[in-house]
Design a protein around this ligand. Structure first.
Ligand code: IPM
Ligand code: MG
Length: 354
């Protein structure tokens, strides 16, 4: 029997509540599948930092490399300098484990969840492959004469041939694997008109594309991409894009699916320890109130199991979530659904046990 070592970092705010539901679902699905798992808990969070002044030490990043996967809730605390703990934990995982793909499916489960008029589940079903270790997130930059009228702030956008190539290849392979009616098609999203160095993406994308003659190559500048995502989301199959643009367009994508409470992501380096998380943050205003929607975290468990090769277990969770959302029980996939965090988890578990 396969047994997986799963690192668990609930983090801050609603991260704790949604992770509890995600683990409940993992436990329920494991009951009737032939795999086992061992949980390794990690305390890193803004809350923990305030108490201990401790961020993630490099020895722990080494330890993470020995696990099969990591499940993360959310990081961010209102009393901690913005980004300090996020960079340590989230970017520590992404950069430290070289998780070069951030895979973000955008799929509408039920028409009533979509804010767009007249769009159905058949129209909204695409995947964003966000490059996850470079771009504007490189952390190369800084300030000069900070706090004076002469202050200069610089940040470098880093795009390597290797980074563009491997993200593009992942996107093409995914399009082939999805083999759906609108594809296989990959849309490169960049801003190579205003930011000319983005042309490294144009060339790497075309170069790798030669290996995939059956996949249609498409392109959109990021501003137009936002417009098409609202106007004609049915045109997209797989999108590949830079780290920052991927961050931005997937919040927009989450709304197309029904809200931040439902969107999940996988931070992946094929063949290595990868990390799975809902795309929402710690939402301090909802924390501790048992109102946050745990479906994003639950979907992250499905993505993790799929990554680990437990495809049937992953599919069962996906089916349970889809069934719940189509049942009419859930008015919205957010903090105003009227269904508590724990109740939402229970409803998924009930369907798994059914
Ligand atoms: C995300 C988040 C992170 C990001 C933050 C918390 C650093 O917004 O995963 O989308 O910018 O990547
Ligand atoms: Mg984001």
């Amino acid at each position: 029997m396969a047994t997986y070592d799963i690192g668990v970092i609930p983090g801050d705010g609603i991260g704790l509540e949604v992770t509890a539901e995600a683990l409940k679902v993992l436990e329920a699905v494991a009951e009737t599948e032939s795999f086992g798992y061992a949980r390794v808990d990690y305390p890193y969070s803004g809350e923990y930092y305030l108490k201990t002044k401790e961020l993630v030490p490099s020895s722990v990043i080494d330890e993470w490399r020995t696990l099969d996967a990591v499940l993360l809730g959310a990081i961010g605390h209102p009393d901690v300098e913005p980004g300090l703990v996020e960079r340590s934990v989230i970017l520590g995982l992404r950069f430290g484990l070289d998780l070069y793909v951030n895979l973000r499916p955008i799929r509408l489960y039920s028409e009533h969840l979509c804010p767009l008029k007249g769009k159905t589940p058949a129209d909204i079903d695409f995947v964003v492959v966000r490059e996850n270790t470079e771009g504007m997130y490189s952390q190369i930059g800084g300030h000069l004469k900070k706090g004076t009228p002469d202050e200069v702030a610089l940040v470098n956008g880093v795009y390597t041939w290797k980074g563009c190539e491997r993200a593009s290849r992942y996107a093409y392979e995914l399009a082939v694997k999805r083999a759906n009616a609108r594809g296989p098609k990959v849309t490169l999203v960049d801003k190579a008109n205003a930011i000319r160095p983005h042309d490294i993406w144009t060339r790497a994308f075309a170069h790798v594309g030669e290996e995939f003659p059956t996949v249609e190559q498409d392109h959109a500048y990021v501003d137009a991409c936002c417009m098409w995502m609202i106007k004609n989301p049915e045109w997209f199959d797989v999108i590949v894009t830079t780290n920052l643009f991927g961050d931005i367009i997937t919040d927009l994508g989450a709304m197309l699916q029904g809200g931040m409470g439902i969107a999940a992501s996988g931070n992946i380096h094929p063949g290595r320890t990868s990390m799975f998380e809902p795309i929402h943050g710690s939402a301090p205003k909802h924390a501790g109130r048992n109102v946050a929607c745990p479906l994003g975290a639950i979907n992250a468990v499905a993505m993790m199991l799929d990554y680990l090769g437990e495809t049937r277990a992953a599919q069962r969770i996906d089916d349970a979530v889809a069934d719940l959302l189509r049942s009419g029980e859930v008015k919205s996939a957010d903090a105003r659904s009227g269904i508590s965090t724990s109740d939402m988890g229970d409803r998924v578990v009930a369907r798994l046990r059914n």
